[in-house]
Design a protein around this ligand. Structure first.
Ligand SMILES: [Mg+2]
Ligand SMILES: [Zn+2]
Length: 204
């Protein structure tokens, strides 16, 4: 079984534009070093898997076909720096019902929207992943919460929401990342470093 690095997408691999988020391929701007980070993950034997909430579908801002053009652009830009993504798992849902202009089929409370864990469980079913050696890298506390629920090491980045979205947890203590890094490049470099950090290093 191979370990995986689970990457959130917006705010980790590409810029988080704020507002309604990434609505088309022209909104995709890579965070510097993201393609190299994905490439390095692969070269070290990790699966590179994107797990991403795409509530824009439920809200009617993006169609599933539009989402494919966005993901194609993400893959294309990462590949320009040698970064090959093994799979992208996305949640198109949002629990708010009846939103004007929204897509009712996707307005459901689901188990895949992070901090739900179904995207991760699908990836594990598809790839047979060694969870004990796997890592989540996210910019939102929702990512961190999902990673924690899966028992993954959770690394936050200071790009995107920078794991400062504590307002999502008004009634409970927010999840805390195991470590914080400047960006995805620094987080992956730490993952892949020999175990001199006192933390599990590469895949073996
Ligand atoms: Mg994000
Ligand atoms: Zn979902």
């Amino acid at each position: 079984m191979r370990p995986a690095i689970f990457f959130d997408c917006d705010g980790v691999l590409n810029e988080e534009p704020g507002g309604h988020g990434v609505l088309g391929p022209d909104d995709v701007r890579l965070i510097p070093g993201a393609g190299e980070a994905v490439r390095a993950s692969h070269e070290a034997g990790y699966l590179a898997i994107i797990v991403t909430n795409r509530a824009q579908v439920a809200k009617g801002f993006v169609t599933l076909a539009g989402l494919e053009t966005i993901f194609a652009r993400v893959r294309e830009l990462l590949a320009q720096d040698g970064g090959l993504v093994d799979a992208i798992y996305f949640c198109p849902h949002h629990p708010e019902r009846g939103r004007p202009g929204g897509a009712p089929d996707f307005q459901i409370a689901c188990e895949c929207r992070k901090p739900g864990t179904l995207l991760f469980r699908r990836a594990i079913a598809d790839f047979g992943i060694d969870l004990g050696r796997s890592v989540l890298i996210g910019d939102s506390l929702r990512d961190i919460g999902a990673g924690r629920a899966m028992g993954l090491k959770t690394y936050g980045v200071r790009t995107g929401f920078a794991c400062r979205d504590v307002e999502r947890y008004p009634d409970q203590a927010p999840p805390v990342p195991d470590r914080m890094f400047a960006d995805v490049g620094a987080a992956v470099a730490f993952c892949l470093a020999p175990a001199e950090h006192g933390q599990a290093g590469g895949p073996d």
